[in-house]
Design a protein around this ligand. Structure first.
Ligand code: NAD
Length: 470
């Protein structure tokens, strides 16, 4: 672990700053080479170390590490390697007749020195994913992963130290204070993934230097289920989406809204599939993880106690084991609106379900909350699907499944307002770390050159004609 004292942050920042033009002028081949080195580290050299670290941090099942931490980053590298050459090619655009004699192009140039602050729930994916976009765009980067998954941060630190010179990429481990110190520096871009509360702190700090920001935040993502689906298949998908990573996923279903006619069928199916996935006792299942730490365990335990005190019905689960930060997959009905579970992002394995009687009523309810990061719709009725999409707002939507939208690099990933600002993944992630520089080249004397002072009547006529006809 590199020991960066406060002064060293500034020193490191200055070192990267003195290199950022040079790194920003590297070719697509050089950048892809760097990315491929990272790919090898993730796929082979450090794969087992990362699996072990994530198990130590919060018993993340190995298959989930491979599928949700390693695969998305490796896939992003492959996708970017295929397209980077064309993304870096200056893009010719039309020049209007009024600017006759000129040609125009857009150059995607690097922003410069970037800061990436990441959360603990998918620490590898959400630290190295943005790093891949930042490197592709030609930036230098300082990474600050979460203090809550120290084993994983430690392995990531080893990877970064082995693969990169610190004048282009450095990783700093440590507590929240490290982020606070780093946020004082005049970065050219900050990419933050975390809660809306901390997102506001980051944006405030960035405003001091007019640093651009990408904020990948969270919130309450609803799942809407109508009465036209094959409910048994739907419930199976929702259980997968909700309890993956023990519910600690930014785009996990936060709560479900079902048509009130399907309540009992929903409960029967839920009990059946939950048992099939995690056995009668999920605490013994190797497929179910743990809450990351005591603080979050207590937060979730508090939500459950609050729900019970307000007469919510715990249909399944509700069992907690403090010694292991274990919270059983839990299904809750009859939850009151002012309960903690409905007022906060849950970010854990507790699923409240509410019933609705009409689509407009359900849409009004969804719109009474902040714009979600994801909104899921399970329905076979095309008209209804469109009605829901057109009358709500969300960062992303997946129809007849959940989570999958994250894995398509052709789709921008991100929220809207309270759930985020800016987008990541594929070309959109590359753009986020790039400045679209406009370049207009004047080849001959242009029309504007005829309009310099003194402003005569003839020149006025020329302007009149231009406004009218060009
Ligand atoms: P968090 O906001 O508490 O912390 C995120 C990062 O910010 C951590 O690295 C932490 O060290 C740092 N941080 C915390 N307090 C800070 C402060 N006062 N000043 C500066 N930095 C500070 O979030 P978390 O608990 O790590 O993650 C959970 C949240 O992240 C949830 O809201 C979830 O929805 C969201 N999330 C969003 C995405 C996405 O892609 N949109 C992905 C994962 C998680």
């Amino acid at each position: 672990m590199i020991d960066y004292s406060d002064n060293r942050y500034l020193e490191l920042f200055e070192t990267q700053k003195s290199h950022y033009i040079e790194i920003g002028n590297t070719t697509y081949k050089t950048r892809i080479k760097k990315l491929k080195r990272l790919q090898v580290a993730l796929e082979t050299t450090y794969k087992q170390d990362l699996r072990d670290a994530l198990y130590k941090d919060f018993k993340k099942p190995q298959l989930e590490v491979d599928l949700t931490e390693i695969y998305p980053v490796v896939d992003e590298i492959k996708f970017i390697s295929k397209h980077l050459r064309s993304w870096l090619r200056p893009q010719k655009v039309d020049t209007p007749i009024a600017l006759l004699g000129g040609t125009s192009r857009i150059k995607n140039e690097s922003k410069g020195v970037c800061l990436i602050i990441s959360p603990w729930n998918f620490p590898v994916n959400l630290t190295f994913g943005p790093l891949v976009s930042a490197i592709a765009a030609g930036n230098t980067v300082i990474l600050k992963p979460s203090e809550m998954t120290p084993h994983t941060s430690n392995v990531m630190s080893k990877i970064v130290t082995e693969l990169f010179n610190e004048n282009e990429v450095a990783l700093i481990e440590g507590e929240v204070e490290v982020s606070q110190e780093l946020l004082k520096l005049p970065f050219n871009h900050i990419f933050f993934t975390g809660s809306p509360q901390v997102g506001k702190i980051v944006m405030k700090a960035a405003s001091k230097h007019l640093t651009s920001v990408t904020l990948e935040l969270g919130g309450k993502s609803p799942v809407i289920v109508d009465d036209t689906t094959n409910l048994d298949k739907v419930v199976k998908k929702i259980i997968f989406g909700k309890f993956l990573n023990a519910g600690q996923t930014c785009i996990a279903p936060d709560y479900v809204l079902i048509n009130d006619t399907i309540k009992s069928e929903f409960i029967t199916s839920f009990k059946k599939h939950l048992k099939n996935f995690y056995t009668e006792n999920p605490s013994m299942s190797h497929s179910f993880g743990r809450i990351v730490n005591q603080k979050h365990f207590e937060r979730l335990h508090g939500y459950l106690e609050d729900a019970k005190s307000r007469n919510a019905e715990i249909i399944v689960g509700g069992i907690v084991e403090a010694i292991d930060n274990y919270i059983a997959p839990t299904l809750v009905f009859d939850i009151s609106e002012d309960s903690e579970l409905m007022q906060n992002e849950i970010f854990g394995p507790i699923l409240p379900v509410k019933t609705y009687t009409s689509i407009p009523e359900m849409i009004t309810y969804v719109n009474s909350k902040e714009k979600p990061l994801a909104l899921y719709i399970f329905s076979k009725n095309k008209k209804r699907i469109n009605e829901i999409i057109n009358n709500t707002r969300a960062g992303s939507t997946c129809i007849n499944h959940n989570l999958l939208q994250f894995l398509n690099h052709n789709l921008p990933f991100g929220g809207s307002n309270n759930s985020g600002i800016g987008k990541s993944h594929g070309y959109f992630g590359f753009l986020e770390f790039s400045n679209q520089r406009s370049i207009l080249k004047q080849h001959t004397i242009g029309a504007v050159d005829l309009l310099t002072p003194p402003y005569t009547n003839v020149k006025q006529k020329l302007v009149d004609v231009t406004i009218k006809w060009f």
